[in-house]
Design a protein around this ligand. Structure first.
Ligand SMILES: *[C@@H]1O[C@H](CO)[C@@H](O)[C@H](O)[C@H]1NC(C)=O
Ligand SMILES: *[C@@H]1O[C@H](CO)[C@@H](O)[C@H](O)[C@H]1NC(C)=O
Length: 993
């Protein structure tokens, strides 16, 4: 019998065949493609960067980031996934690609450590770039065994530990880059064995203090040696001078000492020499003029002395010479005027003297010239901008004299001109007033005369015009109203006359107008609605007359108003009460009428003196004249008696009333308190209100008094009562206190972190404000550390405190959105709990409270406390995370040295400078707190190094707070954490007077 249908087993076979065929279709992808897909599977591809990696293709050769050979069949030779945002462990499947010669995974989130096995079959690799990832752990020996590896870049990861011995045995390595990791120990001398090396980049690692191995002089093929910020000490080995192919030598930001070796003048291929920010001493050797290719030489921020070598500017291609902030003396060699290549010369902060060569600028296309803070004399050379490229001319604080060369008025490229504090005289070339790109023109403190030219209307980019302390005369040209970018115009102490041109009212960007002590006259401006950004208006000591325009009261950010010593008449407009004035002065005018009530208090008396017609509630401000008083003598006496009697009755009544009412008072008062709580807590606000006795005060600071309150449940809380606005200070300070309170509450309330003091709740009642915090039984670090009880704090405790606090600040900087800048980091704001765990306290309030505390003289609010303020604050007046980090560096130094941040013992210096100088003169032992156990010396000096790094004078060199935490953890290996984080510290060095 022939079956009509195929039997069941045949069907099954058929089905299987079909599905097998289907399977074949889906996997027509070759083996290499499958390896790549397997690698992809191990990674999180959040940005879908690998969407072209499709298993329906026959080969992976068209996939994003994949390159194949031309051979038949093609094989994958390169994988480049730069910036694909891939996250996960190192994809070791890629190593199964038998011909893979180049693997680039730069700028991703690869976050494992590298195991030997990862590279087992990567034998064809010659180019491996894993830079800018989050790789952790030790550098694997396996890398050095890759037979064909020529290029290895692991920059910008978190590799830690020492550079392994195996790294001295790469057979063909040409480029080795380990920049910005967490490598420690010292730079090993066996790197001198890698004679095939062309690039050795080890910068920005927290190595232990150690020398530059002189074996590096054996690397005869080396072209690039980058050892910036490697904690190098000792002298620069003269052997480096043998590196005849070297084009870039960067040893900046270390603690190298001794002098610059003469041998460096033998670097016959060198293009760039960077030695800035070390402790180099002695003279700069002669001979650099031999270097035919030298473009840039930077040895600024050292202690170099003696004269500049006579031939230094004769290096035929020298473009940039930075030797600022040294102790160089003598004259500037005449070679400077012969050079045909000079672009950028910064020699500020030295003791250079003598004249500038007369034809300086004739030959070179000079762009930046900064010779500030020297003793240079004579005239500014007429040819200074002859090549028409000069952008910055900065000659602050010298003894230059004579008039400005006319050529400057034709120097169209100029954008910053600072000639402050010289003896320059004569009129300013007309053209200079109106140069189109100048944004800053600073002529202060000279003997300039003549008028501000109407040509100033051409200065379309001028934002800061400072001409204080000169002899400028004539009137302010109305053309100044065309300067739409003008932010500050300061012409204090000159001889300007005439009225303020009404066009000034159009200046929308104007923030500061300071015309104190001139001979200006006429009425004050009307039509100033455009002054939305005006912060400071000082027209004092002039001859202005007429009334004070009420519209001044509508300027939204005006906080400094000085109209004193003019001939102003009429009343003080009540509208001025709308301003939040930090400082104001109406004295010595002819003002009359009533003082607006908000200003009427004793503290402001001196702001109104010398206006005989002015009356107000300030006692004694408007004395009643003799006769007037005499006429009404009897009547006044009668009135007085009646009032006294009435007063007595009233006082007695009040006393009785109070006595009767006392016991009810608290209860009724309490009902009006409003409460905002941020955590669950087991107490109520009345318990707290009842315990605010003076007996319980545990501290008192800028922002208020702190009480310790024992609750009925046996727990303690700390209650901060913010200072009540003193009546005398009236409106503007009240606002500040409110702002301070809101700031602290708003920020603290949101925060939950083990290293930040917990805010339980806050209570407000009218102007009384209470903040209830967790109680920290061991008080502040500052109090403890600088008291007789400092001995309790042994090294492990201090180390833990540093780490805890660092974590707190790191949380504020990196994990809060927006980031929180503490603004007042100091040991007194680090509190200690029962186990000496440290928590950060007291932020938000700092800023506003200090505004209140300062006397009326200070305009700018100093952010931070004495001894903790970052040096750049002096010229930027800005605080940011970097200023916190500096202050935290000071706290670390306090922990290590046990010393106060400022102390007469240090002379002119503060703790930071003192520590630097003692280490330099006597060594690290001499700064460590003698109370600490010597067996921790190693650890202590590593923490000290972190503190010094934080307290770097250049903000750019300070590590991020997150990195500080990492580095502190590395000091005690049991604290190492796995999470990876980078801190890009590769930004270019930049500093300017
Ligand atoms: C890798 O790709 C990036 C971005 O496409 C490119 O800039 C880089 O030169 C490539 N690297 C190599 C070694 O091909
Ligand atoms: C190493 O490179 C050489 C020369 O380019 C090549 O012949 C050899 O096959 C490579 N080795 C491996 C394991 O790929």
């Amino acid at each position: 019998m022939i079956p009509l249908l195929p039997p069941l087993p045949t069907l099954l076979l058929l089905f299987l065949a079909v599905s097998f065929h289907g399977l074949q279709l889906a996997s027509s992808l070759n083996q290499e493609g499958r390896y790549l897909l397997q690698a992809k599977r191990g990674l999180v591809d959040a940005g879908n960067s690998l969407s072209t990696w499709d298993d329906r293709d026959a080969t992976p050769c068209k996939w994003a980031g994949v390159s194949c050979s031309d051979s038949d069949p093609p094989s994958v030779v390169a994988v480049n996934l730069t910036g694909f945002d891939l996250e996960g462990p190192f994809p070791s499947f890629l190593c199964r690609l038998p011909s893979l010669a180049s693997l680039v995974l730069s700028i991703n989130l690869i976050n494992s450590s590298l195991h030997a096995a990862s590279f087992d079959s990567c034998n064809a690799l010659s180019h491996l770039d894993l830079s800018q990832n989050n790789l952790v752990g030790p550098l694997p020996d396996a890398l050095a065994k890759l037979p064909n590896l020529t290029y290895l870049d692991l920059t910008g990861n978190n590799f830690s530990g020492a550079i392994p011995l195996s790294f001295g045995r790469f057979p063909h390595i040409q480029t080795l880059s380990l920049v910005s990791n967490l490598l420690d120990s010292t730079i090993p001398s066996f790197l001198g064995n890698l004679i095939t090396l062309r690039e050795l980049n080890l910068g920005f690692n927290p190595f232990d203090a150690g020398p530059i191995p002189d074996t590096l002089g054996n690397l005869s093929k080396l072209e690039n040696l980058y050892l910036a910020d490697c904690n190098l000490v000792g002298e620069i080995p003269p052997t480096l001078g043998q590196l005849s192919r070297l084009t870039n030598l960067d040893l900046s930001t270390n603690q190298l000492s001794g002098s610059i070796p003469q041998s460096l003048t033998g670097l016959s291929s060198i293009i760039q020499i960077e030695l800035f920010k070390n402790s180099l001493t002695g003279r700069i050797p002669t001979g650099f003029s031999k270097l035919a290719t030298l473009l840039r030489f930077d040895a600024s921020l050292n202690q170099l002395e003696g004269p500049l070598p006579e031939d230094i500017f004769d290096a035929p291609q020298l473009q940039s010479l930075h030797l600022h902030t040294n102790q160089l003396s003598g004259r500037i060699p005449v070679g400077i005027s012969r050079s045909k290549s000079l672009l950028d010369v910064r020699l500020y902060q030295n003791q250079l003297n003598g004249f500038l060569p007369a034809d300086f600028g004739k030959n070179s296309p000079l762009e930046v010239l900064d010779l500030s803070t020297n003793n240079l004399s004579g005239k500014i050379p007429t040819s200074i901008c002859e090549r028409g490229a000069l952008k910055q001319l900065i000659l602050i604080q010298n003894v230059l004299s004579g008039s400005l060369p006319d050529g400057l008025g034709r120097c169209q490229t100029l954008n910053r001109v600072r000639l402050q504090s010289n003896f320059l005289s004569g009129p300013v070339p007309i053209g200079l007033w109106g140069l189109p790109h100048v944004s800053l023109l600073d002529l202060r403190d000279n003997a300039f005369s003549g008028e501000i030219s109407p040509a100033i209307s051409g200065a379309a980019n001028l934002s800061t015009l400072l001409i204080d302390d000169n002899q400028f005369s004539g009137s302010i040209p109305s053309e100044m109203g065309a300067l739409s970018r003008l932010y500050e115009f300061s012409a204090v102490n000159n001889r300007l006359i005439g009225p303020l041109p009404s066009s000034l009212g159009n200046l929308v960007e104007l923030g500061r107008l300071k015309l104190h002590n001139n001979s200006l006259s006429g009425e004050l401006l009307q039509g100033i609605q455009s002054w939305k950004k005006l912060v400071e208006l000082d027209l004092s000591d002039n001859g202005f007359k007429g009334g004070i325009p009420p519209e001044l009261g509508s300027l939204p950010v005006l906080n400094y108003l000085d109209l004193s010593s003019n001939d102003l008449t009429g009343e003080i407009p009540i509208q001025l009460q709308n301003l939040k004035l930090n400082r104001f002065n109406f004295s010595d005018n002819d003002l009359s009428g009533a003082i607006p009530p908000a200003f009427a208090n004793e503290a402001y008396r001196s702001n109104f003196l010398g206006n005989p017609g002015l009356c107000g509630d300030i006692p004694g401000l408007c004395p009643i004249s003799e006769e007037a008083a005499g006429n009404h003598h009897g009547f006044t006496w009668l009135l007085l008696s009646i009032f006294m009697l009435a007063g007595l009755v009233f006082v007695a009544g009040i006393a009785w009333f109070c006595w009767r009412y006392r016991k009810y008072k608290k209860a009724t008062d309490k009902s009006k308190w409003t409460l905002r709580s941020f955590h669950k807590f087991g107490f109520n606000e009345y318990e707290i209100l009842d315990s605010l006795d003076e007996d319980n005060v545990i501290g008192s600071g800028a922002s208020g008094k702190v009480y310790k309150v024992m609750l009925s449940n046996g727990e303690a809380v700390a209650v901060k009562k913010l200072w009540q606005t003193p009546k005398a200070d009236a409106e503007n300070t009240e606002q500040l206190v409110d702002d301070a309170f809101e700031a602290e509450v708003a920020t603290l309330g949101k925060i939950r972190h083990k290293s930040i003091v917990k805010l339980w709740c806050c209570c407000t009642h009218k102007d009384r404000k209470l903040l209830v915090y967790e109680y920290m039984p061991n008080g502040s670090l500052g109090d403890l550390l600088h008291s007789s009880k400092a001995g309790i704090l042994d090294w492990p405790t201090r180390y833990k405190i540093a780490l805890d606090a660092a974590e707190g600040f790191s949380y504020l900087h990196h994990d809060c959105v927006p980031p929180i800048v503490h603004r007042d980091v100091k040991s007194n704001n680090i509190l200690l709990d029962g186990e000496f765990g440290a928590k950060v306290a007291d932020f938000g309030v700092a800023k506003a409270v200090e505004m209140i505390g300062k006397g009326p003289k200070t305009m700018s609010v100093i952010a931070g406390s004495c001894g903790y303020i970052a040096p750049e604050y002096a010229y930027t007046l800005r605080v940011n995370e970097k200023s916190d980090i500096y202050s935290f560096g000071v706290v670390i130094l306090e922990l290590v040295t046990g010393k106060l941040p400022v102390d007469p013992e240090y002379g002119e210096k503060d703790l930071v400078k003192w520590v630097f100088s003692i280490i330099e003169q006597k060594g690290v032992e001499h700064v460590i707190d003698p109370m600490l156990d010597v067996c921790y010396k190693e650890e202590i000096s590593r923490v000290l190094d972190i503190g010094l790094l934080c307290a770097s004078s250049l903000p750019i060199n300070r590590p991020s707070m997150r990195r500080v935490v990492k580095m502190l953890q590395e000091v005690r290996p049991q604290n190492k954490s796995k999470a990876g984080e980078k801190d890009g510290k590769l930004s270019p060095y930049y500093y300017e007077v």
